[in-house]
Design a protein around this ligand. Structure first.
Ligand code: PMP
Length: 431
């Protein structure tokens, strides 16, 4: 495949845009560097790059594009919004309609507020939890990503339950010191942390199904225990459903496990591809938020008509019968195909899948926490990634990301992909 136009554009981008990309995850740093592929056009499950190469896409823009690229129902909604003026700075009918749709789909959302990104949504839930409880510390789980605000760019040091150290330059140590990180799926470590700091904890922040070190489900009973222990300590549970809301079912992960957090942060899918975030939860907690309460949060672009219209249209597509069954069937076909090809070639992998999202880890270990994901073979992944893109299969350039199916992928797309996977594994086994 010829990538010469992408290379040229990357050279140009390096002159103007820091690192050539507007989000570091788009760089090919983790897969050997060089120019990322510049996409030119997208439709359904496909991309065409600036060199004219065609791809089957499993990136889905890191999750939002569950109905495929350029879905006509969403495109029409956005066009209509554009023709009516894209930004008003006043309340609009669309905000009410969309808020009602979200509340109907996710009953724990007694009140919601729209923002512009997942980062903003999670950041505000943490602020509101601090306002509500009058406490400052939060607990998060190692390897979970919650956006790029200071408090959540914090990782554990050594030990099962540790006070955080900053994971990025520019974050004050004092901020990190208010964040405790424990391993996901490790109830004992969580209990240890709560025994020690429980009365200072404002909130426990969790991705109920992890999407950020691959797709990792909670062990049976883990989320319930987290809820119970957190509430016993007078703290709040915040679910970060930025990836999971409307990914696995029409609703959120809390419905998959029949368990309710106090607050939920969302983003990605609910914007139908346009910028969005939303947070919500129990009425008495949400009443902390301005203009009703003392916790301030605002946004010039929040609830803008285009994002609302795209989000509504996206959920309308997802409400159709059989959407999630189909995603699950396609996901199962893809998983099975990959597993068979790996066995044929003798390449050790383990796959985590839920519905239309899966992660392929290179190595034998079943991944249930971040350490195991970290131990998976990054060099093997990098090689696999290159072999796949050369065959017209677009994956996220990181071993920690998921493959996302859309409503537009077909069985034929899956079979083409599985053949490409087989070729890649064969080449990998040769070395
Ligand atoms: N939370 C989770 C679980 C995420 O996956 C992400 C983004 N990948 C965020 C928060 C941040 O969302 P955004 O990039 O829209 O700020």
């Amino acid at each position: 495949m010829d990538f010469s136009q992408s290379k040229e554009l990357h050279e140009e981008a390096l002159d103007h845009i820091v690192g050539g990309v507007n989000s570091p995850s788009r760089a090919y740093k983790a897969v050997g560097g060089g120019a990322p592929v510049y996409m030119d056009r997208a439709r359904g499950a496909y991309f065409w790059d600036v060199d004219g190469n065609k791809y089957i896409d499993y990136l889905a823009a890191y999750g939002p594009i569950i109905t495929g690229h350029g879905h006509p129902h969403i495109a029409e909604a956005i066009t209509r919004a554009a023709n009516n003026g894209v930004l008003y700075g006043t309340p609009t009918k669309l905000e009410n309609k969309f808020a009602k749709m979200l509340k109907e789909a996710i009953p724990s959302l007694e009140k919601v507020r729209f923002v512009n990104s997942g980062t903003e949504a999670v950041m505000t839930t943490v602020r509101v939890a601090r306002a509500y409880t009058g406490r400052t510390k939060i607990i998060k789980f190692a390897g979970c990503y919650h956006g790029h605000f200071d408090s959540v760019l914090v990782q554990a040091g050594s030990g099962p339950a540790t006070l955080g150290t900053p994971d990025s330059a520019g974050i004050p140590k004092a901020v990190a010191a208010d964040v405790i990180t424990v391993p996901f799926n490790d109830l004992e470590a969580f209990k240890t942390a709560m025994d020690r700091w429980g009365d200072q904890i404002a909130a426990v922040l969790v991705e109920p199904i992890v999407g950020n070190f691959g797709i990792v489900e909670p062990h049976q009973g883990f989320l319930q225990a987290v809820n119970d222990i957190t509430h016993d300590a007078g703290a709040l549970v915040i679910y970060d459903e930025v990836i999971t809301a409307f990914r696995f079912t029409y609703g959120s992960a809390q419905q998959v496990y029949n368990i309710e957090p106090d607050m939920t942060a969302m983003g990605k899918i609910i914007g139908g591809g346009l910028p969005i975030g939303a947070y919500g939860g129990r009425q008495d907690i949400m009443e902390q938020v301005a203009p009703l309460g003392p916790a301030y949060q605002a946004g010039t672009m929040a609830g803008n008509p285009a994002s609302m219209a795209a989000g509504i249209a996206c959920l309308e597509v997802l409400q159709q019968d059989g959407v999630y069954d189909r995603l699950d069937k396609l996901g199962a076909r893809l998983e099975k195909g990959i597993v068979v090809k790996a066995a044929d070639a003798g390449v050790p992998i383990s796959v985590n899948r839920l519905c239309g999202a899966l992660t392929v880890y290179f190595g034998d270990t079943k991944v249930t926490n971040y350490d195991q994901a970290e131990e998976s073979d990054g060099e093997a992944f990098a090689q696999f990634f290159r072999l796949m893109i050369e065959q017209g299969i677009n994956l996220a350039p990181s071993k920690y990301e998921a493959w996302f199916l859309t409503t537009e992928h077909t069985e034929a797309d899956i079979d083409t992909t599985v053949d490409a996977v087989g070729n890649a594994f064969k080449k990998m086994a040769e070395k």
